[in-house]
Design a protein. Structure first.
Ligand SMILES: *Cc1c(COP(=O)(O)O)cnc(C)c1O
Length: 436
C-alpha cells in the first residue's frame, strides 16, 4: 500500500460514498420503517429482553439464522442503530458499542491478545489505558512494551512474533504528540500485526485511521461523539483496512476461517468476548450518543478553530511559560497533524505556568471554563492532570506521558471564542494578582 496517500478503501455502501460527515451523521443508513415503528428519530428500546411467537424463533435468533434481538446484553435495537450509524459515519465495515471507552478498548484487547502475547503501545497514552495494560492484563499473561510511538523504528524493533497488536492514540493526551500513521500503517501491513488507534480526540471528519492502514479505531463516545458530556460510552470500529486472515490464532483466526473474513474481527469481538464479559452499552446511552453524533462535525470545526485561537493567545501571555497545541507551527507534531488531520488539529490545548500552585489559582479564577476531569464536552473544561488523572502514576510515567506539575489541560468547548480567550486572560491575571 502507498505510504504517501490514503488507500482507496471503499465504503461498504458504495451509493453513499460521497456523502459528507454531517449528512451521514444525521441520516444514517436508509432504515426500513414498519407500520408500528415510524422512522426518523430512533426510539429508545428500554427492554432487557424481547418476545417471540414461539421457541423455534428464539432458537433461530440464538443460532444466527435470524437477526432479531433476544436479550439486551447481546444486542439492543437502539444500540445496534448507534453501531450502524458509527460504522457508516467512519466508513468502517462494522462497529461494536461498549459501556465506556475503556470497555471498548478492553474488548478489542481481549479479542486480539492471549496469555503469552505482547502489546506494543505508545508511552504517551491515556492514564486509564496505562493502568489496564500495566496492572490488569499482566495478571492474565499479557505483557505490554511501552515505546516512543513517534519513532516508527522503535515500534518496528519492539514488534515481533508475540506481538498481538500495536496501540497508539491519534493525538496523545496530554502530551499532544501525533505519530506517523503512514509508517505505522505500513509496518502493521508488512508484519501482519493489527494497528489499533484510539481516535477519541479526533472523531470524523478530522481523521480516518483506516485510510493509513490502521485495522481498528476506538472511540470513547463519552467525549466528542456524544458531545454534551451526558453519558459514558465507547465504540470500536473495524476500518476494513486489515486482512483478518493474517491472524493465525485465537477467536479472530477461527472466525476468519468460518465466515466472510471482512467481518471476522467484529464477529469474534462480539461473539467470543463482548457478550460474555458484560460491557454492553444501554439503550438510553445509545440514544443520547446518536443525538450527539448529529452535530459532531459542527462542534468540532468550531472547537478546533477556537483551540487554535486560544493557543495563539496563550502564547502571547506573559504569564504562560509553554503552550502545547499541534496546530501551532513550532509544535514538534505540527507536520504530522497537518498531514493526517482534516479541518483542524483537535481541540485540546495545554499550557504551563510557573508552578502547580499558580495553576490551581488560575483554575479557581475561571468564570466560564469549568474544573472538570473530562474532555470533548460542549463546555470548555480544565484539569490539572498531574494531581488528578495521573495522581497514582510514578513521576517517570507521568513525565513520559508528557504530564508536568505546572501544566493545565484545556478541552475547548463550543462557547464563543472571544469569551473563552477572555476568560483565560482574566483568570491568569487574577492568579498573578497578589490579592487574587
Ligand atoms: C476518556 C478516554 C478514554 C476512556 O474512555 P471512557 O469512556 O472514560 O472509559 C480512552 N482514551 C482516551 C483518549 C480518552 O480520552
Amino acid at each position: 500500500m502507498s505510504t504517501s496517500r490514503p488507500n482507496d478503501r471503499k465504503h461498504h455502501t458504495a451509493a453513499n460514498a460521497d456523502l459528507g460527515t454531517s449528512t451521514r451523521a444525521v441520516h444514517g443508513y436508509p432504515e426500513q420503517a414498519s407500520d408500528l415503528v415510524p422512522d426518523l428519530v430512533p426510539p429508545v428500546w428500554n427492554s432487557a429482553a424481547f418476545a417471540f411467537p414461539g421457541q423455534e424463533e428464539i432458537a433461530d435468533a440464538f443460532q444466527g439464522r435470524s437477526p432479531r434481538p433476544v436479550y439486551s446484553r447481546i444486542a439492543n435495537p437502539t444500540v445496534t442503530q448507534l453501531e450502524r450509524r458509527v460504522a457508516f459515519l467512519t466508513g468502517g465495515t462494522a462497529a461494536l458499542a461498549s459501556a465506556s471507552g475503556m470497555g471498548a478498548l478492553t474488548t478489542v484487547l481481549m479479542t486480539l491478545a492471549e496469555a503469552g502475547d505482547e502489546i506494543v503501545v505508545s508511552r504517551r497514552i491515556f492514564g486509564g489505558t496505562i493502568h489496564l495494560l500495566d496492572e490488569v492484563l499482566p495478571r492474565f499473561g499479557v505483557r505490554s512494551v511501552f515505546v516512543d510511538a513517534e519513532d516508527p523504528a522503535a515500534v518496528a524493533e519492539a514488534a515481533g512474533e508475540q506481538t498481538a497488536l500495536i496501540l497508539v492514540e491519534s493525538i496523545s493526551n496530554p502530551a499532544l504528540t501525533v505519530p506517523d500513521f503512514a509508517r505505522l500503517g505500513e509496518l502493521s501491513q508488512e508484519k501482519g500485526i493489527p494497528l489499533v488507534v484510539d481516535a477519541t480526540v479526533t472523531p470524523p471528519p478530522l481523521f480516518d485511521p483506516g485510510a493509513w492502514g490502521a485495522a481498528l479505531a476506538v472511540y470513547s463516545t463519552t467525549k466528542y461523539l456524544a458531545g454534551s458530556g451526558t453519558v459514558v460510552g465507547g465504540v470500536s470500529v473495524d476500518t476494513g483496512a486489515f486482512d483478518w486472515r493474517r491472524i493465525t490464532r485465537g477467536p479472530v483466526a477461527e472466525h476468519a476461517q468460518r465466515i466472510d473474513p471482512r467481518f471476522a474481527f467484529a464477529a469474534a469481538a462480539r461473539n467470543a468476548v463482548h457478550i460474555h464479559t458484560g460491557g454492553c452499552m444501554d439503550a438510553h446511552t445509545a440514544f443520547l450518543t446518536l443525538l450527539g453524533l448529529e452535530t459532531v462535525e459542527l462542534r468540532l470545526s468550531r472547537q478546533c478553530e477556537s483551540a487554535l485561537t486560544l493557543a495563539r493567545d496563550l502564547r502571547e501571555n506573559e504569564h504562560v511559560t509553554h503552550v502545547g497545541y499541534p496546530g501551532l507551527e513550532d509544535h514538534p507534531s505540527y507536520p504530522a497533524a497537518a498531514r493526517f488531520f482534516q479541518g483542524g488539529s483537535g481541540a485540546i490545548v495545554t499550557f504551563c505556568l510557573d508552578s502547580a500552585e499558580r495553576c490551581y489559582r488560575a483554575a479557581r479564577n475561571l468564570r466560564i471554563a469549568r474544573n472538570v476531569v473530562n474532555l470533548g464536552d460542549s463546555r470548555t473544561l480544565v484539569v490539572h492532570p498531574w494531581s488528578t488523572i495521573y495522581h497514582d502514576h510514578t513521576d517517570r510515567v507521568r513525565r513520559d506521558a508528557g504530564v508536568y506539575p505546572e501544566m493545565l489541560r484545556v478541552s475547548v468547548g463550543i462557547e464563543n471564542a472571544a469569551d473563552i480567550v477572555g476568560d483565560f486572560r482574566q483568570a491568569l491575571e487574577a492568579a498573578h494578582d497578589s490579592t487574587g
